[in-house]
Design a protein around this ligand. Structure first.
Ligand code: AR6
Length: 208
């Protein structure tokens, strides 16, 4: 697929990792959930979530962009992780990226997992495992790429619904833990993904 040109519609060069987002740090929706369309490698948040593969040794798409921006030390660190199962996630430092941590989540390949009826639960667990890791590593902010919606072929609309529902479920499961996660960002790159989030976020997080 063609690499999209980055639009500047909701573009942010920096997103403050502090509890109070700096002016313009898009609080679309509410004080906890944000939607941004930008290159995730530019976000200065506590953690960004990479759409990795089971090898954790890099690839194309957002994975390639993250490895390029983080520098070769990220690959070095990933080599020590022994890969990661589909539906799970592992955490590393962010090296030369402006974020503090990178969470490498392995989303389902849509057509393979749909045939087994596992696509939804595997995508959902990527989101909850990533949030667990972020929380265990004292991350107060997390930015998710639209896992599986590129090469792995997960339809954007379905994926956005699963992602948002998973985040909501995680927040509701443990109020104390939820309180420590100050900002959860859905970072889309292509318009189709952004539109999908726009359709579904208000269903799960009604505007105040
Ligand atoms: N910032 C934010 N989002 C991005 C960026 C970026 N710089 N670049 C692409 N996206 P994909 P997958 C979006 O294909 O479907 C890799 O080779 C993109 O528009 O990166 O989970 C891995 O190594 C899409 O919405 O990941 C795996 O082998 C989303 O990121 C495989 O691809 C995910 O698209 C994983 O496939």
């Amino acid at each position: 697929p063609q690499i999209p040109t980055l639009t500047t519609l909701y573009h942010l060069n920096q997103l403050s990792p502090s509890p109070t987002p700096h002016p313009g740090a898009t609080s679309r929706y509410n004080d906890k959930i944000s939607l941004i369309r930008t290159d995730i490698t530019r976000l200065a948040v506590d953690s960004i979530v990479n759409a990795a593969n089971t090898s954790l040794l890099g690839g194309g798409g957002v994975d390639g962009a993250i490895h390029r921006a983080a520098g070769p030390q990220l690959l070095e660190e990933c080599r020590g992780l022994n890969g990661c199962d589909t539906g799970n996630a592992k955490i590393t430092d962010a090296h030369q990226l402006p974020s503090r941590k990178v969470i490498h989540a392995v989303g389902p390949v849509y057509h393979i997992q749909k045939a087994k009826g596992k696509h939804t639960s595997l995508l959902q667990s990527c989101y909850t495992q990533s949030l667990d890791l972020a929380s265990q590593h004292d991350c107060k902010s997390i930015a998710f790429s639209a896992l599986s919606t590129g090469v792995y072929g997960y339809p954007s609309d379905e994926a956005a619904e699963v992602a948002i529902a998973a985040v909501k479920g995680w927040l509701e499961a443990d109020e104390e833990r939820a309180g420590t996660m100050e900002r959860i960002i859905f970072c889309s790159f292509m318009e189709k993904d952004e539109r999908a989030y726009e359709r579904h976020i208000p269903q799960f997080f009604p505007p105040a």
